[in-house]
Design a protein. Structure first.
Length: 108
């Protein structure tokens, strides 16, 4: 990748496609952009999304087990979970219930 802006654009373009009521993972996004071992960089990109003028639905990106690992970036303890609940996703103990049911694969 040429630079950080290219990387961010690729990540953001995928996150913007996540359907309402679905979630995906940092690793699935990394795989989709051809950087399979870069899940942590995708996490960094999600943090950068809060500085972006675009409306990036970062709340739809969770870790591989369905945990809301990025919740502390949403300006409140329960904001990420509340956003997901508003989309019909059950969250219990900071984890997506029926994670596989709600998982969206960006490769398809």
């Amino acid at each position: 990748m040429k630079n950080n802006a290219d990387f961010l654009e690729k990540v953001f373009a995928i996150v913007e496609r996540i359907p309402r009521g679905k979630v995906t993972t940092y690793g699935a996004i990394a795989n989709a952009i051809g950087m399979g071992k870069s899940a942590r960089l995708v996490g960094w990109a999600m943090h950068q999304s809060f500085l972006c003028e675009r409306d990036i639905p970062a709340h739809r990106v969770v870790n591989r087990a369905g945990l809301l690992t990025g919740k502390h970036h949403f300006g409140g303890e329960n904001v990420m979970a509340d956003l997901l609940r508003q989309e019909g996703i059950e969250v219990e103990n900071d984890k997506i219930k029926d994670f596989r049911k709600h998982f969206w694969n960006p490769d398809f």
